[in-house]
Design a protein around this ligand. Structure first.
Ligand code: MRU
Length: 338
């Protein structure tokens, strides 16, 4: 599979994830504003992929901004990307990296330097996913049932995936796993994306409705939960797709380890705990409508948060590219998170 987002011939190209699994269409953008809009409407989604896309979008912007007035125009582009989705910190992390590169280069050199930086961010994410896979695979046993929520796979990253990277690495080591994918209402990333990705790789996957996760745990089918993250606070509290917290509570009740898999670019050490993580609120129609058809009564009030926060006390380990961190987590401590 081609990467979910990449640079080609002066364009940012991405797989339109809103069309999956029925259509595999790559769309190509020459204007950075369209790249920002693609993040907003979730043509591309998943925390690391959003960061990579913003970096490539800013590289695209830099090529088209004249030297005179560069700073103001580049700042405008950075602000536009920052306004697309509020929760995944990888987006803001990538924007900061790009701002740093813009500040340290000049003139004709600058656009090339920004493209190099965006490509470096993309490559570093792929390497981080492979490293997380190596570290995390050791936590899974041959024959395990593994539950995951949302899509934290190749589609959500530069490739290989975070949570799905751990599953892929364990399978590559010859372990037979049965993956259970929560459908992930309301946007169905589990059903549409995780199931599609794992089936393509020949990895055993069964989709369950979100409200079946307790039943499958009680049945003894699940030995581990692995999920990705959109933002991890200094104390290990973790924001991820809405419903992740429910799964973590259920896992604790059933004595099943709950693992978070994320690159260090997902850690926001400036936040002491998860209470300060901004949670994106999305269109009520995502809840009241299914496939464009109104299902709920017209005008019904809806609460539609895209993410929730799982407290650190429910997390057995956080797997990063640097290794497996066990509680108590302390990402504010320099160099040695735990
Ligand atoms: O709204 P989405 O689809 O962008 O949400 C994605 C998730 O919650 C993922 O689990 C998270 O970004 C980690 S992706 C490696």
């Amino acid at each position: 599979m081609k990467p979910t987002v990449y640079w080609e011939d002066g364009c940012v190209v991405m797989l339109d994830q809103n069309l999956l699994p029925h259509e595999e269409r790559y769309v190509s953008f020459r204007d950075w504003r369209d790249v920002a809009e693609a993040i907003r409407i979730m043509t591309v989604r998943g925390a690391p992929a959003i960061g990579v896309t913003a970096a490539l979008g800013l590289a695209l912007a830099a090529r088209n901004i004249p030297d005179a007035g560069f700073d103001a125009a580049f700042r405008e582009a950075c602000d536009a990307f920052a306004a697309t989705r509020p929760t995944a910190v990888n987006l803001f992390w990538a924007i900061e990296q790009m701002k740093g590169t813009a500040a340290s280069s000049r003139g004709s050199e600058r656009a090339d330097a920004l493209l190099r930086e965006a490509l470096r961010i993309a490559d570093e994410d792929l390497q981080a996913n492979r490293a997380m896979g190596r570290h995390g695979a050791a936590l899974l046993e041959d024959g395990d049932g593994v539950l995951t929520h949302c899509n934290a796979g190749a589609l959500a990253t530069s490739g290989y995936g975070t949570a799905l990277g751990v599953i892929r690495a364990a399978v590559e080591q010859g372990k037979r796993l049965s993956v259970f994918a929560d459908e992930t209402r309301p946007r169905l990333q589990g059903l549409r994306l995780t199931a599609w990705e794992l089936m393509r790789d020949g990895i055993d996957v069964t989709v369950i409705p979100d409200n079946a996760s307790g039943a499958v745990m009680r049945a003894g089918w699940i030995q581990a939960v692995v999920v990705g993250a959109d933002r991890i606070a200094a104390n290990g509290d973790t924001a991820n797709k809405i419903g992740t917290y429910n799964v973590a509570v259920l896992a604790r009740h059933h004595h099943i380890p709950f693992y978070v898999v994320a690159p260090l670019s997902t850690v926001d050490a400036s936040l002491p705990n998860g209470r300060a993580i901004p949670i994106e609120q999305r269109d009520p129609a995502e809840v009241t409508h299914i496939d464009g058809h109104a299902v709920g009564p017209e005008g019904v009030p809806v609460f539609n948060p895209a993410f929730d926060v799982t407290p650190a006390e429910l997390i057995a380990a956080i797997i990063t590219e640097r290794g497996v961190y066990r509680p108590p987590f302390g990402f504010h401590r320099r160099n040695n998170p735990c």
